[in-house]
Design a protein around this ligand. Structure first.
Ligand SMILES: Nc1ncnc2c1ncn2[C@@H]1O[C@H](COP(=O)(O)OP(=O)(O)OP(=O)(O)O)[C@@H](O)[C@H]1O
Length: 358
């Protein structure tokens, strides 16, 4: 008999499916993950986002059970799993390299995990067929992985991981090996799967666009620490620090060393407040704004509906900083590399935030 996969996340009462309680993982002197506290609600899709080496994969491997925390606890559905083996944690996993068995058909690849969990032959054949249908791969059951596209292989990997109803689906850069078009398709597919299956998901990526497209909340890692876990909208509109504003929305960060930053109230001390202005909120050639300066256009990039200008603006110490400005393409007509432009900000378009670097 096949088992039913719930199509919705929860019964309405929210409870954490996964809890990190002051989790640290050290390798010798190096903390790969330091003091992470995080609660993931049942049915939530959290993207772990951060630059290379920030600790994302280590955090995922700690949940999976491939690594043990040096300090702290990890709870799944309320139980401490810190000392459980990977197989005993009831989790599903999808990696960048698909990890499908090359000599097994798609159908048998999906059945394999069910066999390991003691499902009988008929039940696992039924479930594998059902999963292929639900992943829009009906008719592909007899193919070998080598006879599928990268995106299809990844869908098989997801089908295989979801077939036994894992408590949490862990995904480590699953789009890493795909080209842009396949990536877009698979992102839509992951969104649909998350909606329909309601599985709690932890998804590691260094790609901001992926996180924007997918996540209920984005957990941002930096230098082994979790520095924010907020909705995409909050990260964009109400970032907690200059670092987050720059990282997530590409904002320019002005310190008091620049005329713009000084006029907007940023501090001159390192690690103090910075004025954050998104590239689309800087104005070119408009007089009488709250903060004004002038600089030299050093690059112009056509983005379709807008142009991105890079403008070198002098600092008080004699050096210069490069500021990114997005202008509607028609408004940028006639501005070229080498031109001197006036650049300004309306105070309402600037956020004064702690730098986040202290
Ligand atoms: N087995 C290990 N031994 C020693 N140091 C390690 C080990 N695994 C990870 N690290 C270090 O821990 C830090 C975090 O690594 P981790 O792989 O978690 O980062 P990441 O954010 O996933 O990076 P990437 O996006 O490049 O995969 C890095 O400085 C890394 O060098």
């Amino acid at each position: 008999m096949t088992q039913n996969i719930p199509t919705r996340a929860s019964d309405g009462a929210s409870h954490p499916a996964l809890v990190f309680d002051r989790v640290t993982k050290s390798y010798g002197e190096v903390d790969a993950v330091a003091d992470v506290d995080l609660e993931v609600e049942a049915g939530e899709l959290i993207c772990l986002l951060g630059s290379s080496g920030s600790g994302k994969t280590t955090l995922l491997r700690l949940v999976a059970g491939f690594e043990q925390p040096t300090r702290g606890r990890i709870r799944i559905d309320g139980s401490d799993v810190s000392r459980l083996s990977p197989a005993d944690r009831g989790l599903g996993m999808v990696f960048q390299n698909y990890a499908l068995f090359p000599h097994l058909t798609t159908q048998k690849n999906i059945e394999y995990g069910l066999k390991m969990r003691g499902w009988d032959r008929a039940a696992r054949a039924d479930r594998a067929r059902e999963m292929l249908e639900r992943m829009r791969l009906g008719g592909f059951g007899g193919r070998l992985p080598s006879e599928l596209s990268g995106g299809q292989q990844q869908r098989v990997a997801i089908a295989r991981a979801l077939a036994y109803e894992p408590k949490i689906l862990l995904m480590d850069e699953p789009m890493g090996a795909l080209d842009k078009a396949l990536k877009q398709d698979l992102l839509q597919e992951v969104r649909r799967v998350h909606r329909e299956f309601g599985t709690t998901m932890l998804y590691v990526t260094h790609d901001r666009e992926e996180a924007l497209t997918l996540a209920d909340r984005v957990a941002v890692m930096r230098n082994s620490q979790l520095i924010a876990c907020d909705t995409v909208r909050d990260l964009y509109e109400r970032p907690r620090s200059g670092y987050l504003a720059g990282f997530f929305s590409g904002a320019n960060l002005f310190t008091g060393e620049s005329r713009l930053g000084f006029a907007l109230g940023a501090e001159r001390t390192e690690g103090g407040t910075v004025a954050c202005v998104r590239p689309g909120d800087l104005r070119i050639g408009i007089p009488d704004l709250d903060a004004m300066d002038s600089g030299t256009v050093v690059d112009a990039l056509y983005l379709g509906e807008s142009m991105q200008l890079s403008v070198a603006v002098p600092l008080r110490d004699g050096s210069a900083e490069t500021v990114k400005v997005h202008l509607p393409t028609p408004a940028a007509a006639g501005i070229g590399i080498g031109d001197t432009v006036s650049i300004g900000v309306d105070r309402r378009d600037a956020m004064l935030l702690p730098s986040g670097d202290s």
